[in-house]
Design a protein around this ligand. Structure first.
Ligand code: NAD
Length: 352
């Protein structure tokens, strides 16, 4: 067996249908007296419900989280936390809301209790991102890792198929890249393979039977595994490309992941044979890249960059941006091959 290093991240996970009922108990456990509740404007009602459940331990609601954590939003939220003397943040929502909580924690050390309602996985990672003048800067800091995570599959019931599907593919991408990460280890590889298996089997049901709580629970469980993989090990070409495309061309996060993933896997196919075998095993024996494309198609997710607003004229620049700074990937980065990868993803063709 290959030598490895495994750094465990300290967080408490409470997972069950109806787990939101444990909120007051979990806040008490954190020793918090005044929690600032965060959400997007669309999820304000959920944030207000959380605030009601907290009773006297709620300091207020800040329902202005938006995608990619603009620095202005982060500063306004930090100001509000300070003026209300908040001693904790409760973030209910997807990666955007949890990201806002992380921006507050980064400068204040306030503990975060996260209640994820998508499959993005941010709640399990010490990774934060803040966008300033159109550029998203990301970093790792254990201060932003949520102390407690409450996973309640009931909260994902309102997630429509067009958000749930790509969000689940985003989670699969964390698992896939964990399998060929530079610092991959046997523990994260177990989580990663199981995460792909559970998402590949549950996502089609989440989309076709929106009321199926078992499928939602299975997908959320897999999202937890996927988020943990992202938190534990470094990512590679897939995440780099998605970061470049999202940041430079303002493409939607989860949909970009969905479209790029099969092509990134195809790019790494010959350089990461063990990872490919494990992905394939998790997909019931289908070849990794094609199987991921077929899964995206089955759940009705977008398959082509041109369908989510990417301009053909920007592909040369995107390939340049994605290859100009060196980073780890099992297969070396070559401009011409990355340009071809982007072309294939733009057209939405099934990787051969
Ligand atoms: P999101 O948080 O932007 O949510 C998308 C939309 O879905 C929002 O309008 C939200 O209000 C709504 N929504 C969320 N849950 C819902 C529910 N249960 N029912 C109905 N509507 C719901 O999307 P996301 O994909 O979860 O997060 C994307 C962001 O998270 C990106 O900025 C990405 O970079 C970041 N992210 C960060 C990490 C990390 O480790 N730091 C990991 C993954 C994603």
């Amino acid at each position: 067996m290959r030598a490895f290093v495994y750094n465990a991240l300290p967080s408490r996970v409470v997972f069950r249908v109806g787990a939101l009922e444990d909120l007051a108990m979990e806040i008490e456990r954190l020793g918090a007296q005044r929690a600032l509740v965060l959400s997007t404007p669309e999820q304000r009602a959920s944030a207000e419900d959380v605030s009601r459940r907290l009773g006297a331990r709620s300091a207020g609601v800040y329902a202005k989280a938006v995608m990619h954590v603009p620095v202005e939003t982060a500063e306004a939220a930090r100001e509000m936390a300070k003026s209300l003397s908040a001693d904790c943040c409760v973030a209910i929502g997807g990666g955007s809301t949890i990201g806002l909580g992380k921006a507050i924690a980064l400068t204040s050390d306030l503990p975060i209790l996260a209640i994820p309602t998508t499959f993005a996985g941010s709640e399990m990672t010490p990774i934060y991102g803040i966008t300033e003048q159109g550029r998203k800067k990301t970093g790792r800091d254990t201060r932003v890792l949520p102390k407690t995570v409450i996973y309640d599959p009931l909260l994902t019931m309102t997630l429509p198929a067009n958000i749930a599907g790509p969000s689940g593919m985003n989670a699969i991408a964390h698992c896939v890249e964990a399998l060929y990460a530079q610092d991959a280890n046997p523990i994260t590889s177990l989580m990663a393979e199981e995460g792909i298996r559970a998402l590949a089997s549950s996502l089609p049901v989440v989309v076709s039977e929106p009321d199926n709580i078992d499928a939602r629970a299975e997908a959320l469980y897999a999202a937890w595994l996927a988020g943990a993989c992202l938190g534990y090990v470094g990512m590679a070409i897939h995440h780099k490309l998605c970061h470049t495309l999202g940041g430079s061309y303002n493409l939607p996060h989860a949909e970009t992941h969905t479209i790029i993933l099969p092509h990134a896997v195809r790019y790494n196919r010959d350089a990461a044979p063990v990872a490919m075998r494990r992905i394939s095993r998790a997909l019931d024996g289908v070849e990794a890249a094609g199987g991921l494309y077929d899964l995206a198609q089955k759940i009705g997710a977008p398959l082509a960059l041109r369908d989510i607003g990417m301009k053909a004229q920007a592909l040369d620049e995107a390939a340049r941006l994605a290859t100009q700074n060196p980073y780890y990937n099992p297969r070396p980065l070559e401009y011409a091959s990355i340009r071809q990868l982007l072309q294939n993803a733009w057209e939405g063709i099934r990787p051969g």
